[in-house]
Design a binder for this molecule. Structure first.
Ligand SMILES: Nc1ncnc2c1ncn2[C@@H]1O[C@H](COP(=O)(O)OP(=O)(O)OP(=O)(O)O)[C@@H](O)[C@H]1O
Ligand SMILES: [Mg+2]
Length: 247
């Protein structure tokens, strides 16, 4: 679905250009989720901005469905590291924001958004504002907003980083199910080795300008359950990834 060729990213700061990373190439297909992992500041969020079309590459190119990605693409949804919810809008208004911008009627917004909020078990919070929600609830509203746009590629930036272990595992299962049911391609950034292995079939390790692309497909998406988390297979992939991060 998405092909990345010799990608480089940079920021301009005080008149000079600062390269974040260079020579990055990989592919993402639906059914083969990619986990991106690496130390703080290595460029993971920057990579998601590039993949979403919100930032232009310094060099190289990104192909989406074999065509050069040029600006924002409707089929690509990005969930930001800190949720990106508007504090003055309710859960329903935040979740339907993208649809409103696209000119959907209130009835159409309800028909689209309510089933998604139900699926994410936050449909009882429709009229609450973000400051009345827990971290996990905010995260689910941000995910609902992305899913409402019916994307075919979902980009998640540290989606579950501030959550307790139980909620985190619950949401990981939920995301995998949603990706499977909707045949969504997934790229997610995480600092957690276990999360990278549980959600990803491939891992992109970004480390001081080096990239390693690893296969971590212990079992298919359908078999990623609590038993898989406890299995030797799972722990072996965690150790493989840990070894690459240390290098
Ligand atoms: N708008 C900006 N202008 C200048 N430099 C930036 C800008 N945004 C990010 N950077 C720099 O680019 C580098 C990569 O940032 P990025 O946010 O992609 O890192 P990250 O891997 O997502 O880190 P973290 O794990 O902490 O979220 C960092 O050195 C950061 O300081
Ligand atoms: Mg980041």
């Amino acid at each position: 679905m998405i092909e990345v060729h010799n990608l480089a990213a940079s920021y301009s700061e005080k008149g000079s250009k600062k390269i974040v990373f260079e020579n990055l190439s990989f592919e993402v297909s639906s059914g083969i989720p990619l986990s991106v992992i690496g130390p703080s500041g290595c460029g993971k969020t920057t990579l998601l901005y590039l993949l979403s079309g919100l930032k232009k590459p310094e060099k190289g190119e990104i192909l989406f469905r074999r065509e050069r990605l040029n600006g924002h693409q409707r089929e690509i949804a990005l969930v930001l590291q800190h949720y990106g919810l508007l504090p003055w809008k309710t859960v329903f208004q935040n979740a339907s924001l993208g649809l409103r911008i696209r000119g959907f009627s209130k009835k159409e917004m309800k028909e689209t958004v309510l089933p998604i909020l139900q699926e994410l078990t936050i449909d009882h919070l429709l009229d609450r504002f973000p400051n009345q929600l827990s971290g996990g609830e905010k995260q689910r509203v941000a995910i609902a907003r992305a899913l409402a746009l019916r994307p075919s590629l979902l980009l998640l930036d540290e989606p579950f980083s501030s959550l307790d272990a139980f909620t985190r595992e619950h949401l990981q299962n939920l995301i995998l199910n949603i990706c499977r049911q909707r045949e969504l391609a997934l790229v997610h950034v995480t600092h957690s080795i276990e999360e990278a292995v549980f959600l990803g079939e491939k891992a992109l390790v970004m480390n001081e300008g080096r990239f390693d692309l690893l296969s971590i497909n212990g079992v298919g998406m359908a078999a990623r359950n609590s038993e898989y988390r406890k299995s030797d297979n799972f722990h072996q992939y965690c150790n493989l990834l840990r070894g690459h991060l240390k290098r």
